[in-house]
Design a protein around this ligand. Sequence first.
Ligand SMILES: Cc1cc2nc3c(=O)[nH]c(=O)nc-3n(C[C@H](O)[C@H](O)[C@H](O)COP(=O)(O)OP(=O)(O)OC[C@H]3O[C@@H](n4cnc5c(N)ncnc54)[C@H](O)[C@@H]3O)c2cc1C
Length: 510
Amino acid sequence: MHIDARKLPNQSEITGDICIVGAGAAGISIALDWMNRNYKVILLEGGGFEYDDEVQELYNGKTSGQKYFPLKSARLHYFGGTTGHWAGMCAPMDDLDFKKRDWVPHSGWPITKKDLDPYYAKAQETLQLGPYNYDFEYWRKELPDLNPFPFDKNVVWNKMWQFSVARFGKEYKKPVVKSKSIHLYTYANAVELRLDDTKKRVSEIKVANHSGKNHTVRAKHFIMACGTIQNARMLLASNTQTNKGIGNQNDLVGRYFQEHLEVASAELWLAKQFPTELYSWSYGETKASAELAIAESVQREYKMLNGTASLTPLRIAQYTKPRMETWQDSDPRKSADNMFANWREAAKKGEKETGNIEHAYSLTTRIEQAPNPNSRITLGSEKDSLGVPRANLHWELTALDKYSVRKIYQILGKQAGLSEFGRIRLNEFLRDENDPTFPDSTNGGWHHMGTTRMSDDPKKGVVDANCKVHGVSNLFIAGAACFPTSGAPNPTLTLTALSLRLSDHLKGLV
Ligand SMILES: Cc1cc2nc3c(=O)[nH]c(=O)nc-3n(C[C@H](O)[C@H](O)[C@H](O)COP(=O)(O)OP(=O)(O)OC[C@H]3O[C@@H](n4cnc5c(N)ncnc54)[C@H](O)[C@@H]3O)c2cc1C
């Protein structure tokens, strides 16, 4: 059922069993999981069914530190959330990503990959992917044209990806609106969480919109699914009863903001032509493809972060501008247009190039960012048009990030040399081993993670292993904000799996 909160009488009181705030990948995945259950699920969405610039403007905020996308255009603020812009690249994290690694400060999840496996399988369905099988040998049988590079498998392996074309706003509008148990309220922006007298339970959420209406939502359990930046902002901004904000007794909310560094890092010049279909991808067409990944034992040996390398023909890549340059318009639609226009232009120019360059590839890193407490979301002094302090992002990278990117190509370079397969040339910014900085051209993946990190210890994390906020008995966070470390793969498959696990946990509570 769908209700436009602008049309309700002012000061309406809305009650239900569970209240999910945010109808993006995380929020909709949970709501769908409750579709045929005899409970009243309130799904609050700040925007409508289409882009609305007045609502999108609520996402505006300042950035500092490493150059970043404008906060207003790095996410989408309407039904379906940021999946309205996503590329659909999906892969699960590796076993190692969940483990404590001595060389990665603040690493280690309180759950293992095995705990998430059944939910990864279910998330594959929500994201309309193929089977939950990311084994190279499986895909080789399915798609026999896929040829791996002749590298030592104990050093470099082929990490497989699948590709979703599901945009939640389009795919799931009908089932959500038709559902009797899901009560979707659009133009229902959560502006404050209120605690009861014990300060250990959320009693209600205040909702507002630009038509001047204010409403109150009461439920047994509340799930914040507004995206990583916004989840932290909402907890910090709910500071009238606890001056540090909700769940922030240990000054952790907003800290450890992580992105995936996606940065053109090296060139691969093949000794002779080799089919590279396994490492290529075309939107809407490719079922599965691979990136070059570094084996766990090698990561341990070199004390490096987990990352992969992907290939783009150099003749095209040389004309492709960094996304951090093309995605600088604060209107996300214009930024997307600028980026695609550059890609089309680069492809057109590159197609004309012939000769040796036809055997050359630009290698782009996709790597986790080491958890860093100083990389963080804070509240700005300015308020948005609904009276909520804006979110500011300080994005800060570390020397371990830079070392690990460089190390990937030293390892790949050795493999390419040993097998007489080709040569690898590091890009300029990686050549000085004493320089820990990243250039402004370093891309993020628009993957926001880590601001309400998971830990069994309230001094080390904001949520517990069930995504419940420490110290608040009925408040949960859904999404990549809960990731203690970010792994190399894009986050949506993992955050959907984690949300479905949370959904199962909630079933035992209501
Ligand atoms: C260009 C681009 C490409 C991407 N490509 C990939 C990719 O290939 N693979 C991948 O895994 N990920 C990709 N991502 C990231 C992916 O889109 C996000 O990981 C995912 O959408 C996050 O899901 P979420 O539900 O946590 O947040 P969102 O999808 O952002 O949803 C949050 C929802 O909460 C609502 N909301 C916010 N604040 C409030 C409030 N106060 N009250 C009520 N509602 C509120 C928003 O309107 C929105 O609907 C990409 C992102 C971008 C921008």
